[in-house]
Design a protein around this ligand. Structure first.
Ligand SMILES: CC(C)(COP(=O)(O)OP(=O)(O)OC[C@H]1O[C@@H](n2cnc3c(N)ncnc32)[C@H](O)[C@@H]1OP(=O)(O)O)[C@@H](O)C(=O)NCCC(=O)NCCS
Length: 92
């Protein structure tokens, strides 16, 4: 009853809210059709466009993991964003 989402959109379609609408629809499918209890996503803290999108649709920042991932010689921080069914359903 938990699901993890990830998303990537073509750069030339960016900046118009299309990704926001797509991720919003995916949450709706997860909660209303698949009856998920919790949907979450991990994101590189530097990826502001991605975590701003999740904030825009009402997901909560639940965690900030420090040096959670390795990229080349660098350690990368990660945020976890999530939403629960009872946070989603009243909006639907
Ligand atoms: C993450 C990603 C999908 C975000 O793309 P995006 O273009 O910022 O998202 P959207 O298409 O929803 O567009 C949002 C922008 O359109 C604007 N916008 C315009 N009309 C809008 C509308 N009707 N609804 C919502 N936003 C709207 C928003 O204000 C926002 O602009 P801002 O960031 O300047 O405030 C994209 O950067 C991407 O695919 N990146 C590569 C893969 C990646 O990093 N994935 C995430 C891994 S966790």
């Amino acid at each position: 009853m938990q699901g993890e989402i990830g998303f990537a959109f073509r750069p030339d379609s960016g900046g118009r809210g299309l990704a926001t609408e797509g991720v919003h629809a995916t949450l709706g499918y997860g909660f209303a059709t698949m009856r998920m209890h919790r949907i979450f996503a991990g994101v590189d803290t530097r990826n502001e466009r991605s975590w701003k999108l999740m904030q825009r649709i009402g997901m909560r920042r639940e965690a900030h993991f420090v040096h959670a991932n390795r990229e080349g010689d660098a350690w990368i921080d990660e945020y976890i964003y999530a939403m629960l069914d009872f946070e989603w359903l009243p909006r639907a």
